[in-house]
Design a protein around this ligand. Structure first.
Ligand code: ZN
Length: 294
């Protein structure tokens, strides 16, 4: 089971998050049929949203949205902050050859564009506040660098971000996915920041230790080296969408009775696919008749 750990270090001047998201990415790839490089980009974005979702609890929904000009054209990952995450990429079949070092060329698959973080709140209590939207231009398109750049630039929080995906020619195809987010809060010691940057630069491959069974606490140990940390909370994380047959009915109803009647006459039913999870809902003729009878 995938898990996220939230911790603190250096007398509360550093906060840390780490997550293993292998099952999440397996489910996301199964649902969306993403190409290898698109799967790497998608996994990093899903993990990034969950890690960032751990930093702030005063929202109902946090979304990372990447609008880009590369072949993948866009990536969205959204979390309501309770460990669930869902998302999609605009072109799941987009693919490029690996870069010269043999790694996924996620940077080129994403290309230039804008990296958005959107926080929405107030739904629960019936308020419809304007969402908080922060954005930065895409720096490398490798996702982790872009998230770190966003945090430094838009939220003024120096952060180290590691996001990794490992795919192998085997079953299961996704062998590891996960990430670490380390944030320096006001008062953080320069020396410790340098130590962490150095540890991360020399850290063994994040995904190979996940493949070998490392949990999120092991990832924190990897990211922090010799610095002690305290775990504040641990919670399960999973791919979950909030769509349902009932919501599909509401959506079809909202098209208006004229439209529903023509669906009934022409197709004797309707099909609706959720963009976030690719689940298909099939409405029969009698479902449509029930909508018309309301
Ligand atoms: Zn869905």
């Amino acid at each position: 089971m995938d898990e996220l750990v939230h911790g603190t270090a250096a007398d509360g001047t550093i906060r840390v998050f780490a997550a293993v998201t292998t099952d999440i990415l397996r489910e996301a790839v199964r649902r969306h049929g993403t190409s290898p490089t698109a799967s790497a980009a998608f996994g990093r974005t899903l993990t990034g949203a969950l890690l960032l979702g751990g930093t702030l609890k005063d929202y109902d929904r946090l979304t990372i949205r990447i609008d880009c000009e590369g072949p993948i054209r866009g990536i969205v990952a959204e979390t309501p902050g309770n460990g669930a995450v869902r998302g999609y990429v605009k072109d799941p079949t987009a693919e490029l050859p690996p870069s010269s070092n043999g790694k996924f060329n996620v940077g080129a698959l994403v290309g230039e564009g804008t990296f958005y973080v959107i926080r929405e709140s107030g739904f629960d209590i019936g308020l419809h506040k304007e969402p908080y939207v922060g954005s930065v231009p895409i720096v490398t398109g490798e996702i982790a660098e872009d998230l770190a750049y966003y945090l430094a630039k838009s939220e003024q929080i120096p952060s180290a971000v590691l996001l990794g995906v490992l795919l192998e020619n085997s079953e299961p195809y996704v062998t590891a996915s996960g990430g670490i987010l380390i944030q320096m809060l006001p008062g953080a010691n320069e020396h410790i920041i340098t130590m962490i940057e150095d540890t991360i630069r020399h850290a063994p491959h994040l995904t190979s230790i996940i493949r070998d069974g490392a949990g999120p606490k092991d990832l924190l140990r990897l990211g922090l080296g010799d610095i002690d940390f305290e775990v504040l909370e641990t919670y399960p994380v999973y791919f979950r969408c909030n769509c349902s047959f009932e919501r599909a009915i509401v959506l079809i109803s909202s098209l208006g009775k004229g439209e529903v009647r023509s669906m009934l006459n022409e197709e004797n039913g309707a099909r609706m696919t959720c963009g976030f999870c690719n689940e298909e809902y099939v409405l029969t003729g009698s479902d449509l008749e029930a909508i018309l009878a309301e």
